[in-house]
Write a protein that binds this ligand. Structure first.
Ligand SMILES: [Zn+2]
Length: 156
């Protein structure tokens, strides 16, 4: 019943700046990085299994996309929080330490939810930049009925 996993047919590609901007721009617009359309969101916190237009599975049939996604999410949260801290220090005469001490942790929690779908799609964009989808891989995604190729620790 299990089909073999798809291994990349192309070697690791060196992405062009223009190609990266296109992939990341689509992710920032919450669209499919591959085709630029969608829909890709089932809800704010959950991606659809496949892009509604091109049929690419948004985790590429692999379990380990969560690692890259978590890295992107924490990077976004960290960068945005530091930006808020720096801007606050620059624009206030007396540093509002109480506000920062209580507000930044709340802000971090809000950011974790706010950046969630962006982080997932940005990671997919990054993955696609280095490992572009071949026509046969896309066909493999379109013909799949399940999110992952193996049932190994697949979410139920
Ligand atoms: Zn698509």
């Amino acid at each position: 019943m299990n089909r073999p996993e798809m291994s990349s047919e192309t070697g690791m590609a060196i992405p062009t700046v223009r190609g990266m901007l296109r992939l990341f721009g689509r992710a920032f617009l919450l669209r499919c990085p591959h085709c630029g359309k969608g829909p890709v969101l089932q809800s704010w916190m959950k991606l659809r299994v496949k892009c509604g237009t091109c049929g690419l599975r948004l985790q590429r049939g692999e379990h380990d996309t969560v690692m890259g996604f978590a890295f992107i999410l924490f990077a976004l949260v960290g960068l945005f929080s530091y930006a808020v801290l720096v801007v606050t220090l620059l624009v206030t005469r007396t540093t509002p330490w109480d506000l920062l001490q209580n507000g930044l942790p709340v802000l971090v929690i809000v950011e974790l939810f706010a950046f969630f779908p962006f982080a997932k799609l940005l990671w997919l964009a990054f993955d696609l930049a280095l490992r572009p989808v071949t026509p046969s891989e896309l066909e493999w995604h379109r013909s799949a009925t399940q999110q992952f190729e193996t049932e190994r620790d697949a979410p139920r």
